[in-house]
Each structure stands twice: as C-alpha cells, then as structure tokens.
Write a protein that binds this ligand. Sequence first.
Ligand code: FES
Ligand SMILES: [Fe+2]
Length: 386
Amino acid sequence: MENVPNSLAVKNVALSERTLEARYYLDSSVMKTEQQDLLYRSWQFVGHISDVISPGDYFTFSLQNQDYFLVRDTDGTLRGYANVCPHRGHRLLDGQGTRARITCPYHAWTFGLDGALRGAKGMSRRDVDFEKLGLISIAVDILAGLVFVNPSSDAVPLRTYAPGLEGQMLRACSDLESYVPDREGEEFGHTYICRSNWKVMIDNYLECYHCQMAHPEFNEMMAIPESVFTLFPNFTYQNAPTKKKAQNLAFPLDLDHDVLVGEFWWLFPNITLGRFPGTQNFYVSRFDPLKPDETSRFTLSLKPATPTDAGAPERDRLRSVWTAEVVAKEDRSLCEGVQRGIAQKGFKQGWYVTNFEDHGISEHAMQHFHGLYRQWLAAHGSRFAD
Ligand code: FES
Ligand SMILES: [Fe+2]
C-alpha cells in the first residue's frame, strides 16, 4: 500500500529474531492475566449498529464471562453497561429487545437509558444520593457501523488507538455503513472453536507464508507473491490481490461485480476485519480464549442490502461452502497442529521469517503483533519472568 500516512517502518531482517516463547501459549496464568489486563482493557467488537437503531433498543453480550449490554439512549447516544444491578447484583437484561427503562427483575430498581437510578422502592432522593447508584458504564465506539466496547476505565477512543483504520475500511468499501448483517449461514466458516491458543490463530492470520503449502485452492485463486502487509500503530493492513480468474479452484468470481483484491486488517490484540474475495462483503471477528489451548472465533459477516447482480446469491453460497469446508478447516488444522507442537518439551520458541521483497512469505506482521504483545508483557506480565 503506497503513501500510507502513519505506517511503521520495518527493518529488513531475515531469520534473525525469535517468536514469543511457547509458555505464553500454554500457561493458564498467562491466559488469566491476558483476560484481566489485556482483553478486558482493549477494544472488543460486539455487534452491528443496525441492532440498536431506535431509542430503547438493546442487546446483551458477554466478553470472557463478563456480561454487558448496549442500549440506544433517547438522545441518540449508544451506551454500554455492565449487565448487573448495583443493588445486589442481579442480571438486568436478557437477549435483545426494546425498553423505555431498565427495571431489575429482583427488587425492581429502575434505571433510565442514561444509566441513572430513577426509582427504588423504599428509598427517596431526600435520603439517598441516587447519583451514586447508577449503572456501571463501559466505553463504546463505532467504526463504520461496527460497534466496539472497552471495559477499561481509561479507554482511549478507537480513532486515537488505531489512527486511520476507519478511513482504510471506508476506502476499501465506501458503502460499508449501509451494509447489513448476514446471519443466515456460517459465512466464511469463521465462527468456530479451535483447539489452539488465541495467539496461534492471530499468528496464522498475520502471515501468508503458509498459504502456498497449506491452502492449495486459495493459492490457485490468489496472487500470493503480490500480497502486501503494512504495519500501523496497533493494527496491520494486508492487501491481497486475486489472479482475477473467473474460474479457479476455490469458487467462481464475477470480474464485474466481485471483490478481486482481498483486504484484511488486524487490530491489537484479538480483532480481525476484512473483505474476502468474491461477492461484496465485509466481516469482523473476535478471538476469545476459552482455555490456553481453546479459542472461540466469533464472526459477523456483512453484505450489501441488495445483491449486486442476479448471480450474486449463488456465488455467495459457493464461497460460503468453500470457506467453511476448505480454508477454515485447513487453518484450524494448522493452528491445532502448532498448539500440539509448541507443547513439546524440545520446543521453546520459533523464528520469524521476514522478507520485505516478498510479503507473500514474510512474517513481519506477526512480528508486529508480538512486539505489541511484548510491550504489554513488559507492563503487565512481570509475574511470568524467568
Ligand atoms: S438486585 Fe436489582 S433491585 Fe435488587
Ligand atoms: Fe491460512
């Protein structure tokens, strides 16, 4: 990607530096600290703006066993709260719906959509400071219709954290804000459990060194050596052209209507976004550790409100089947193979292969991830030191 402001310079090093030590992918105390000090304190994708359009619209969600909800306030502001009542801790809302007020099902304390306590049986404003008894709020931000939250009390806005990311997304997909969620199938096959550490999955996402070997059909469709990975503060961008072959081993492409250049982003630590080749689309994924060696990849796929052409639904179906049955299975198998391998006693850590002449084989984006992770470790992971 040429002339990109704010991109990070990278050194041309080959096989000169080591990857993260295996123990960071294996140890349950590492995972617990990641949850508390990294994932709970970073921007997490949770849903789409179209689910909370009107005042009172809400949906609930969980991040790492912590429960939250988002609600549209009467003034139009999208607000996020912990899904817990300040009185005695009962859960406030379930599922998705619309409420003028939020009433706790236990003792009926009632809150406005702005989170303020409005009424509590047996208590009056004369005696009690209602201001102190409001809901516990979390930061909310929106990029091109995608809703993120950050439970940290000192969250910086997403546009400050990842400057230029939204602009790149909208340059790649100018009508992204009008796209609608596609919840009909397992589009791209990405919503699944993988028996590997979440960082193994991010590592795998951030390099295409494995593509020629491990994804023969994808490799036949794509022009892998023309891939370019560009590094930015807290995120990366991959430009991945196809060979522009209507008929290829993966799925048919319509050269007039389809995405012919894949574009993929990763947002530190555990979010990926992108536009896969094929019918017009955009997707976003969140990688949630369940165990040190088990991860849930949650994906929301988006598509234009109306198909671009009469053949789009069938091409979409063919891609969906291929992504679920071929490439996602291949990647899952690779990640699970790595997880088993790094648990072997003889393996301590790996090596980066970086080659700035050929981003089709270079692992510098993965190295960027590890650099940010190591910065976080330096600040929070002293308990893991040798
Ligand atoms: S726990 Fe909610 S009103 Fe008592
Ligand atoms: Fe892959």
